[in-house]
Design a protein around this ligand. Structure first.
Ligand code: NAD
Length: 394
């Protein structure tokens, strides 16, 4: 028997999952559907296998009683913040591929990551092939704790999985008043400069710092390719072409076709510099941690082996060298200097890193997240397999 809607809402509220106001209206959209009301929920969401539940903007993995996902408030992984921020490539539409990994038994959703204190300011996490989200959350929590006491905390994570949009881990540190560096490696998708075969991951470099105005912290979260590979998957799902400078096909030629691009390589941004940044992510996240590296991380759509991703996090106390108020007013000065710069021809507005995503978030909180029919169909297939109600769209 499916639970009543109000029971599910009460449950989600009790675990802090319902952070978005009720009443998302049904809005038609030329490209597909908007979320409305309850979109996915499990009739038995506290028992049985991993389930997908959700309401309005919230789509969650919820673990079974026996296998509670550790260290995350409410035992859920929130897949929606990327969609809210406009990072559609790394949000709810990744749920099917994560579940497929669980089905192939190459990702263990029940794993409890193991934390080891190495020095007063350094710790390591063995993710035990569990969700990257869980290990990363634990890692940054520990890094913040050390930074609060000693000014800095660094955490190396091994045997992990894809953690989606890196900005959420930066935000976690900022929410605790810390600056952060957030690195990961990833499966080979990019050539080294001068090469044409996949050797390095399109591994995002992310960092951030709190600001005087809490609503506009500095958050840089960038893949070292011209475009993130997720944008190719998104174009494929949407039946769209990609710009000709994003990728080479399997024969080393530029292509605008997303499926040919997925057979080839993503091009690094800035030539040798983007290539070097992805090697940097591999040094700090792969070589240093004991995880796979040098092109051996398993891909998110390779269901034959565990991914063995490595991460590296640093949390830093912003008031190490001056008072917090001085730091924040200097951040505000920097913000103003950036956004008030004289604009080049054709530019209407200058943004601070992370600002566009916050503007997207405000808009999508008000209007909904535009998913395409194909994306909704793919998530609904999982909902059906999990025996829960699918997402509705107009
Ligand atoms: N976990 C993984 O393995 C993995 C791999 C690749 C990408 N990703 C994720 O994919 C996402 C997309 O990465 P991306 O490189 O395509 O991002 P992007 O190019 O959209 O943005 C990169 C950065 O530039 C800033 N920015 C963008 N336009 C701007 C403008 N006009 N003015 C000022 N700043 C601007 C953004 O705020 C952001 O910090 C990221 O969240 C990343 O973490 C994850």
């Amino acid at each position: 028997m499916a639970r009543e809607e109000h029971e599910i809402l009460e449950f989600l509220e009790s675990v802090g999952a319902c952070d978005v106001a009720d009443g998302l209206s049904q809005i038609n959209h030329e490209h597909g559907g908007y979320l409305e009301g309850i979109i996915m929920y499990s009739p038995e969401f506290q028992g049985g296998d991993t389930k997908v539940v959700g309401r309005a903007f919230t789509v969650k993995f919820v673990s079974s009683r026996e296998t509670e996902l550790p260290k995350l408030p409410g035992n859920y992984i929130d897949m929606v913040p990327p969609d809210l921020r406009g990072v559609d490539t790394h949000g709810a539409n990744r749920i099917p591929s994560y579940i497929e990994r669980i089905r192939h038994k190459i990702l263990d959703p029940t794993a409890t990551p193991e934390l080891t204190q190495v020095t007063p300011v350094a710790a390591s996490v063995d993710a035990k092939n569990g969700f990257g989200f869980v290990a990363a959350h634990l890692g940054m929590t520990k890094a913040v704790e050390m930074a609060k006491e000693f000014g800095i905390g660094l955490v190396s994570v091994k045997h992990s999985n894809h953690y989606g949009m890196a900005a959420w881990i930066v935000q976690q540190a900022i929410d605790s008043g810390m600056m952060a560096l957030v690195f990961t490696n990833s499966s080979a998708a990019q050539p080294v400069w001068g090469g044409r075969e996949k050797r390095m991951g399109v591994s995002p470099l992310a960092c951030g710092a709190p600001a005087q105005n809490d609503s506009r912290p500095f958050i840089l979260d960038m893949a070292p390719s011209i475009a993130a590979r997720g944008k190719i998957y998104k174009a494929l799902r949407r039946g769209e072409k990609i710009p000709g400078d994003w990728a080479l096909d399997g024969e080393g030629k530029p292509t605008t076709d997303p499926s040919s691009a997925l057979e080839g390589v993503m091009l690094p941004m800035g030539g040798p510099k983007g290539s070097a940044l992805s090697i940097m992510m591999d040094v700090f996240s792969g070589v240093f941690s004991g995880s796979a590296f040098a092109g051996h991380v398993g891909g998110p759509y390779d269901f034959t082996k565990p991914a063995d991703v490595g991460h590296f996090f640093v949390a830093i106390k912003p008031d190490l060298f001056m008072t917090l108020s001085d730091f924040k007013s200097r951040m505000e000065y920097l913000y103003q200097r950036v956004v008030t710069s004289e604009k080049m021809a054709g530019v209407d507005q200058i943004y601070f890193p992370g600002e566009i995503e916050l503007i997207n978030k405000e808009k999508r909180l008000a209007e909904g997240i535009p998913f395409t029919e194909a994306e909704i169909a793919s998530m609904n297939k999982e909902a059906e397999l999990a025996g829960v109600e699918g997402m509705k769209y107009t």
